[in-house]
Design a protein around this ligand. Structure first.
Ligand code: NAD
Length: 251
C-alpha cells in the first residue's frame, strides 16, 4: 500500500465504470489520493465520483474533452481552485477503431491523434506550470503494446501509431522536466479485460489469448497497480521509462 494522502490526481477518461481509468482512480483513492474524474461523459464522471465518495474516498467529477484546450484549462482551474495543487496526471483517455489502412481516411487518422496524442500533449502542457511551481509532479501516460508491435486491424494502424507517438513524447518530456521534480513515464498494456474487447469476435479473442504466455487477459486493476507505483513518491528515480503489462505477450 502506498500513501497518496494530500496528493491530488487527475485521471482523464475515468468516467467509464468498466475501464482502466476507473480502476486507476479507485486504486489511487483507496490509498488516500483526492481524485479528479475527468471524461467526455458528464453522467459517467458524476457516477464514478459518487461511487468513490460513497466508499469513503475523495473525488470530484469534471466534464473534459481532451481535444479542447479551453475544456482542459477549465478542468485545471477548477482543480486548483478546489484543492490548490495537482500532483499526478494520468493521461488515460483514448479511442480505437477497427479499420484497415486501405479503408482509413485522413479524418479517421486525425481524430485518433486528436484524442490519443494531441489530447495527451495538451493535458500534460496544462499541468506543467503548477507541477514546476510545486517542484513535484508525476505524469503517467497510457500507451499500448500496439504502439510497439502493431495491434492488427481491430485497433487500427492509426491507433498503433498514436500509441507509439505517446512513448516518444513521454521520453522527450521526461528529459525536459527531469530537474523540476517531475517524472514522466508510461505503461503499455496488452489485452485488458474491458468493454473495448467485449465487441471483438470470440475467435479473435481466443487467438490473441493463445499467444499470451500467461494464457489470460489482464485485469484493469493490474494496470492500475503499475500506474499507482509510477504515480507514487516511491518511483522518484524512474523517469522516461515504460512498463509493459501484457502477461508476457511482448517481451
Ligand atoms: P474505455 O473506452 O473504457 O476508456 C476510455 C475513456 O476515454 C472513456 O471513458 C471515454 O469516454 C474517454 N474519452 C474518449 N475520448 C475522450 C475525450 N476526447 N476526452 C476525454 N475523455 C475521452 O477504454 P479502456 O480500455 O479503459 O482504455 C483506457 C486507455 O487504455 C486508453 O488510452 C486505451 O487506448 C488504453 N489501452 C487499453 C487496452 C485494453 O485492452 N483495454 C490495451 C492497451 C491500452
Amino acid at each position: 500500500m502506498m500513501d497518496f494522502t494530500n496528493r491530488v490526481a487527475i485521471i482523464t477518461g475515468s468516467g467509464s465504470p468498466k475501464g482502466i481509468g476507473y480502476a486507476i482512480a479507485t486504486t489511487l483513492a483507496k490509498q488516500g489520493a483526492t481524485v479528479i474524474i475527468a471524461d467526455v461523459s458528464l453522467e459517467g464522471v458524476h457516477n464514478v465520483a459518487k461511487t468513490i465518495n460513497d466508499a469513503g474516498g475523495k473525488a470530484i467529477g469534471i466534464e473534459l474533452d481532451v481535444t479542447n484546450r479551453s475544456s482542459i484549462e477549465s478542468m485545471v482551474e477548477i482543480t486548483l481552485k478546489t484543492f490548490g495543487r495537482i500532483d499526478i496526471l494520468v493521461n488515460n483517455a483514448g479511442i480505437s477503431q477497427k479499420i484497415t489502412v486501405e479503408d482509413m481516411t485522413l479524418e479517421d487518422m486525425t481524430k485518433m491523434f486528436n484524442v490519443n496524442m494531441f489530447g495527451l500533449f495538451l493535458c500534460s502542457q496544462a499541468v506543467l506550470k503548477t507541477m514546476k511551481k510545486q517542484k513535484y509532479g508525476r505524469i503517467v501516460n497510457i500507451s499500448s503494446v500496439a504502439g510497439k508491435r502493431g495491434g492488427g486491424i481491430f485497433g487500427g494502424a492509426h491507433y498503433a501509431a498514436s500509441k507509439a507517438a505517446v512513448l516518444g513524447f513521454s521520453k522527450n518530456l521526461a528529459r525536459e522536466v527531469a530537474q523540476d521534480g517531475i517524472t514522466v513515464n508510461s505503461v503499455a498494456p496488452g489485452l485488458i479485460n474491458t468493454e473495448i474487447w467485449k465487441s471483438m469476435p470470440e475467435d479473435l479473442v481466443e487467438t490473441i489469448i493463445d499467444a499470451i504466455p500467461m494464457g489470460r487477459p489482464g485485469e484493469t486493476e493490474e494496470v492500475a497497480a503499475a500506474v499507482a507505483f509510477l504515480a507514487s513518491e516511491e518511483s522518484s528515480y524512474i523517469t522516461g521509462e515504460e512498463i509493459d503489462i501484457n502477461g508476457g505477450s511482448h517481451m
